[in-house]
Design a protein around this ligand. Sequence first.
Ligand code: AQP
Length: 325
Amino acid sequence: MRIFSGIRPTGGLHIGNYLGAIKQWIALQETNECVFCIVDLHAITTPYEPKELQKNILETTAVYLAAGINPEKSIIFVQSDVKEHAELAWLLGTICPMGELSRMTQFKDKSRQHKDYVNAGLFTYPVLMAADILLYRSKAVPVGKDQEQHVELARTIAKKFNQKFGKIFPEPETITPKVGAKIMSLTDPKRKMSKSDDPKSYISLFDSPEAITKKIMSATTDSGKDITYNVTKKPGISNLLTIYSLLTDRPVEDIQREFHKKSYADFKKSLAKILIDYLEPFRRKQVELQTRDVYIKEMLNKGASRAKTIAETTMKEVREKMGLS
Ligand code: AQP
């Protein structure tokens, strides 16, 4: 099965990106043909610093590699290196109903978050994402919960295209993890953990042990003393319990039992230690990769040329079906 997924190079990736998306990719690449993209054209739809973009692209690639994405097995490349993404996005935009785009919650959230930067690209972001997925005729898209709605729209667009012009595209399915599909912010556990938020609200995969301890110890918890999972009454502790459970592969009930009658501080200290140990290989690998920019760029070039071969074949057929050649 061909699988596509991507991440915006908008800054340090966090444990939400890892637990919601990347962790699934590692397992999927063993038995599927995976295409993993660094989606820079999506990154520029929210405020960004042009001088930082190339650095962020290399850093996001380093995360992919540090997490265990294998460039021998999977295709890793930068979106803007394969021009067909932009071309297909334009073509699909002509069959995507405006009403569908107006319903997208990410557009509403991001336009509230960046009031002075509400651009047409942000509005049509889901069409570009549909193009990313359909260009590779992907059957499945492993993403966190926040992206489910966009994959659903990609399915709608594929269906419309197939009906109108003839069948080319599979209707892609979402793959979301049962637990961890939406890791919440450490400072406001009612909101999603987000890398464009305040750094105190997330644990970056490359955070130092000191930063991890500081962020976890000051994470917002709830009134009361019990360490129990209850998303409505105790969103802060529930979020930390979810992270604890995912990193240790232990059921939440088991962790609750261990910390019965212990304090929030005891629980947080233990979680900080677990995170520090879990993320140690990421920090090590990042230091190693920092001196290997040339290798990363070469690998991305190879990835782009493999991606282009597939993209060109799809576009040839799309142009023919649409009467453009
Ligand atoms: N909090 C989260 N919990 C679980 N999964 C998450 N993802 C993002 N946040 C969480 C998943 O990570 C993948 C990459 O996301 P993205 O960078 O392309 O964009 P995003 O969803 O908008 O992520 P952020 O961190 O919130 O970035 P910014 O702040 O730049 O917008 C996706 O699969 C996403 O579902």
